[in-house]
Write a protein that binds this ligand. Sequence first.
Ligand code: URA
Length: 237
Amino acid sequence: MRLDKYLSEMNVASRSVLKQMIRKGAVLVNGIPVKKPETKVEPGSDEILAAGEIIAYHETEYWMLHKPAGVVTATRDNREKTVMDLLPKVRRADLAPVGRLDKDTEGLLLITNDGALAHRLLAPKKHVDKIYYAEVEGRVTDVTVQHMQQGVDIGDETLTAPAALRILESGEKSRVEITITEGRYHQIKRMFEAEGMRVVYLKRLSMGPLQLDPELAPGDCRLLTEDEYAIFTHNEG
Ligand code: URA
């Protein structure tokens, strides 16, 4: 692979800036400055150092982000801060979030360039469970549980697929855990609206077998561990 392509895929800088860096001798391959951007390098065996950092190469990358409220789930946005702004600068350039959380929703977001995995997780037919913790204005009762189980009319062509609702606390303000298998626009908020209630706080806890790491503070991210990657990819196959 060309040296400038390697560095560009790993998002080190734009292609034109990279060419300048390389020509100035600021990029070392196995400890030696290499001044030609087209120099061939071997990902995984050559050591590439740019701007004082070793730049590892991954063909696929899987990031777990604890999305905080206030950032939008998009790869770019002209006005708003996006989830991509929370990742380290040096990472693959072609990453994208898997599915979408609302701007005010927190919690687990997977960001990857593995399009096949993203597709398997998002395809409606796969019915991947997504578990959310929600705080709701209104009294959630067993009737609400039944309605969610039966499917709710949220104004779409079809009712929502059965959702499992677990009441953690019921009162004027209730706390629940809800498992959905679809990913419709504002789905959980609209499901509670259909029941005459308002979601005031929403956090995704899991997606399929992948759980939000409780050690990860809002706004923090990390690569998936080998174990998470293995369970995640095997279970979803
Ligand atoms: N349901 C919602 O209403 N919002 C989200 O962000 C996710 C699910």
